[in-house]
Design a protein around this ligand. Structure first.
Ligand SMILES: Cc1cc2nc3c(=O)[nH]c(=O)nc-3n(C[C@H](O)[C@H](O)[C@H](O)COP(=O)(O)OP(=O)(O)OC[C@H]3O[C@@H](n4cnc5c(N)ncnc54)[C@H](O)[C@@H]3O)c2cc1C
Length: 358
């Protein structure tokens, strides 16, 4: 299919563009390349996606001894390239869906056009930005309890957060931890009653301890030895780090060190969907893409014909490599069906147009 006025400034037209080189995007690329859809994958600002942040992936099927996140991603890239997928640096900043082909603009100003798009741009775990975080991410600090909890058996574990995710992750971690400590910056939890009740049962059993009105301000340790301890601050009225910068209440902030073997952030994720803001893609309040779902074909379709969603950018609940990969394969199959259909329609329209010209 060739473009219209939309592609006047385009450097290149592609049949299929995939936004994101995480597990969802790369799986989509493998499937799309094998269907001769010549996918072009843009890597975004985190080539390989979230799995590159973890040293060991033990639950991805097919690797009985586990595999490192970066190695798994590299293998997938090689597999996608073997079938003809192209992977390039580039961050999507805008998609114009007002006409076909889509007009896709990158951060560096380059413009591409595409007949179909797969949004596999993931969700970024929120972090605190405290000292020690960058060095220890993947070495005792994690944003995924389901993924990494089992690596820290019998250790003291700290969960940062006060919503449903924090309660759920803390409950899950009790399977492994000697004790799980929840650090929450306010007195009240944001979590639903269900999760608060489950957490309180575990508090009564001595499996979880809660530190309210407390925040973590620093992580201490080394990549070789992992997390050794953290610095915490507490104020009786909550939000202690804010009080620290207020001379009237700074004296009341108590600062102390706390020994832990692992720290888990459970303060939410931000879906990477900024570049889709001007399109007709429906999103929820947090910016996660809504897809058709259900059963049968077209489960990854969005409200915009030809634009499909896959992986953590759609799925705020499971957020696992295997589930992201599964959705990536579905998106590639849905995109293939769509591309075949527009070709079929174009082929039937051409003879009709030729007849009317006679
Ligand atoms: C520390 C950690 C450990 C984990 N361990 C495990 C584990 O052991 N097992 C497991 O199953 N899961 C694990 N997970 C979860 C797993 O990594 C995710 O569920 C999975 O990576 C989601 O894949 P995705 O492709 O949907 O998104 P992501 O991995 O988030 O990839 C998103 C991709 O989109 C790109 N992107 C973003 N914005 C744009 C844009 N505007 N334009 C172009 N590209 C863009 C990014 O650069 C990235 O390449 C872990 C997660 C973390 C954070």
């Amino acid at each position: 299919m060739t473009g219209t006025s939309q592609d006047a400034d385009a450097v290149e037209h592609r049949r299929l563009i995939v936004a994101g080189s995480g597990i969802a995007g790369l799986t989509a690329a493998i499937y799309a390349a094998r269907s001769n859809n010549e996918p072009l994958v843009f890597e975004g600002d985190e080539p390989g996606g979230q799995l590159t942040l973890t040293t060991e992936v033990d639950n991805y099927p097919g690797f009985p001894e586990g595999i490192s996140g970066p190695e798994l991603v590299t293998n997938m890239k090689e597999q996608a390239k073997r079938f003809g997928a192209e992977i390039r640096h580039g961050i999507l900043v805008d998609v114009d869906d007002s006409d076909r082909p889509f007009r896709v603009e990158l951060k560096n100003g380059d413009v591409y056009t595409a007949d179909a798009l797969i949004a596999a741009s993931g969700a970024s775990a929120r972090t605190l930005g405290v000292p020690g975080e960058d060095e220890l991410m993947g070495y005792g600090l994690s944003t995924c309890a389901t993924c990494d909890g089992a690596f820290f058996r019998d250790e003291e574990m700290l969960v940062v957060g006060g919503g449903d995710a924090a309660m759920e992750e803390a409950s899950f971690l009790t399977k492994f931890a000697s004790t799980v400590h929840i650090v929450h910056r306010r007195e009240e939890f944001r979590a639903e009653d269900y999760w608060i009740d489950r957490t309180m049962e575990k508090v009564e059993n001595g499996e979880i301890e809660i530190m309210r009105n407390t925040e973590m301000t620093e992580l201490h340790g080394t990549p070789e030895q992992g997390v050794d301890h953290v610095t915490l601050v507490r104020h009786p009225e909550g939000h202690p780090t804010e009080k620290l910068s207020d001379p009237a209440s700074a004296d009341e902030v108590e600062e102390f060190d706390f020994d832990v073997g692992a720290v888990f952030y459970a303060i939410g994720h931000t879906p990477n969907t900024e570049y889709l803001k001007g399109t007709g893609v429906e999103m929820d309040d947090e910016g996660y893409i809504r897809t058709k779902g259900g059963s049968g074909g077209g489960q990854t379709a969005t409200d915009v014909d030809g634009l499909f969603g896959a992986g953590d950018v759609v799925d705020y609940h499971y957020q696992q490599a295997i589930t992201a990969g599964g959705m990536g394969s579905k998106a590639a199959i849905d995109a293939d069906d769509y591309l075949e259909e527009i070709e079929r329609v174009a082929a039937t329209a051409e003879p009709a147009a030729a007849e009317s010209d006679d």
